[in-house]
Design a protein around this ligand. Structure first.
Ligand code: AMP
Length: 219
């Protein structure tokens, strides 16, 4: 079993890239944001807490995320992509432990890099299909739906995520800078980090990822 993790600010394209990898290489896409959004629909006190955090753009408590992730990894046998995890050093150290526990030998750490202004422009235009989950962006030519506000694949009306607004992007980018940048050093020191320019179009980013996986496979 192998894993990929993405270190990337919101809208760097990690979700889109993960989808492509899932389609082409059958990696299982595990997004901690999605796990939390699922959990937030339950009728529990925890769900209320998660909803509040998701709405504000703040990080959810580590223990809760770690627990959800461990349960998920326990239940799978295929290669996987972790999207949105780890977001801080504590989560990275925990990840090392569970990789050991589940005997996962190989971890690719891919840093998709974009600046705050690009992230802001992209986040304000991001739209998702509630049915097939396809992601669009009205601010980016190559990611616009053919018909405004309608999913190209299934014709459903596209929606905006409630946390995609100007107030929370600032908050989410600050969290990213505070916590995630430490991860870059952590994985650089372990010699596991690959750096990709996230402002390139998504096909180029994908080809860079394939190159990384390919060069490793040929080792
Ligand atoms: P995402 O879908 O990755 O953009 O995450 C959406 C929201 O879910 C974030 O703004 C956080 O509130 C929460 N979240 C996702 N992953 C994590 C994580 N690894 N640790 C803490 N909170 C997270």
């Amino acid at each position: 079993m192998k894993g990929i993790i993405f270190i990337a600010p919101p809208t760097a394209g990690k979700g889109t890239q993960a989808e492509e990898l899932e389609k082409k290489y059958k990696f299982l896409h595990i997004s901690t944001g999605d796990l939390l959004r699922e959990e937030s629909k339950k009728e529990t006190l925890e769900a209320l807490y998660i909803n509040e955090k998701l709405g504000s753009g703040e990080l959810v408590d580590d223990c809760l995320v770690l627990d959800l992730l461990e349960k998920k990894l326990e239940s799978i046998t295929e290669n996987f992509i972790l999207d949105g995890f780890p977001r801080n050093l504590n989560q990275a150290v925990f990840l090392d432990k569970i990789l050991d526990k589940f005997n996962i030998k190989k971890l690719y750490v891919i840093y998709i890099d974009i600046d705050e202004e690009t992230a802001k422009q992209r986040i304000l235009g991001r739209l998702q299909c509630p049915k097939c989950k396809k992601i669009y962006n009205s601010m980016t030519q190559e990611l616009k739906p053919i018909k405004d506000g309608i999913c190209d694949s299934c014709g459903e009306v596209l929606i905006k995520r409630t946390d995609d607004n100007e107030k929370t992007i600032k908050e989410r980018f600050n969290h990213y800078l505070e916590n995630t940048m430490l991860l870059i050093d952590y994985y650089k020191n372990k010699n596991l980090l690959y750096h990709i320019d996230g402002k390139q179009d998504k096909e180029k980013v994908f080809r860079s990822i394939e190159k990384i996986l390919g060069s490793e496979n040929n080792d």
